[in-house]
Design a protein around this ligand. Structure first.
Ligand SMILES: Cc1cc2nc3c(=O)[nH]c(=O)nc-3n(C[C@H](O)[C@H](O)[C@H](O)COP(=O)(O)O)c2cc1C
Length: 189
């Protein structure tokens, strides 16, 4: 395989990122990520993705943190103490740029599935473009992606499925990852 510092290296160097530097991300870089996202393949040309950028300092972050606290309390069936609540507020306010990514739902299950697949391709475009810019992306389908009232908070009445919440920033440290050899998951027939 040719590894001359091009696409294959960017693919391999992309890492899911959880720890970020405090340095802010330029809006023009976020715009470039979104521009790369919308060039993902999409069956029937439905362009079935929606992006909500919640920048650092946005007042929506307080609402999102409140919903995350409610969700945690509901799951554990007990109230969080002030220290735990503060940690969620701090985490939400300190996170670099957040991009909530959704796919369009459809009454047709096959179309909804294709829309989700296309949206995941868009996310991969974002991740690879970010890697090429020296940025890191954390893809979460955890608590932050599960909060209630998401439509209300983001101000949309579209029928959407969350594909992930992406945290975009300058990576502090990258955790090395390995993969099994592709031969272990491939049959040549
Ligand atoms: C659909 C999807 C959902 C994910 N959700 C989470 C998540 O909720 N939390 C998390 O830490 N990582 C999440 N990840 C990232 C994976 O954990 C990560 O890709 C995996 O550990 C491999 O590491 P790498 O991406 O650095 O190669 C998700 C990835 C995908 C594709």
């Amino acid at each position: 395989m040719n590894t001359d510092g091009s696409l294959i290296d960017t693919i391999k160097n992309r890492r899911n990122t959880k720890r970020f530097q405090l340095k802010d991300v330029n809006r023009s870089d976020i715009e470039m990520l979104l521009e790369s996202a919308i060039w993902a393949p999409n069956h029937r040309n439905t362009e079935p993705w929606r992006f909500y950028v919640v920048e650092k300092g946005s007042s929506l972050r307080v609402e999102i943190a409140k919903e995350m606290i409610d969700l945690r309390e509901e799951k554990s069936e007990k109230k969080l103490d002030d220290r735990q609540k503060k940690s969620i507020y701090d985490q939400m306010s300190e996170a670099p740029c957040l991009i909530f990514v959704f796919s369009l739902l459809s009454e047709n299950e096959e179309i909804a599935e294709e829309n989700y697949a296309a949206t995941c391709c868009a996310i991969q475009n974002i991740q690879l473009t970010a890697t090429s810019l020296g940025l890191g992306v954390g893809w979460s389908t955890g608590n932050v992606a599960k909060i209630r009232n998401m439509n209300q908070i983001l101000g949309t009445d579209e029928d959407l499925k969350i594909a992930g919440v992406l945290t975009v920033g300058y990576p502090e440290a990258l955790v090395p990852k390995t993969r099994k050899d592709y031969e272990t998951v491939t049959k040549w027939l």
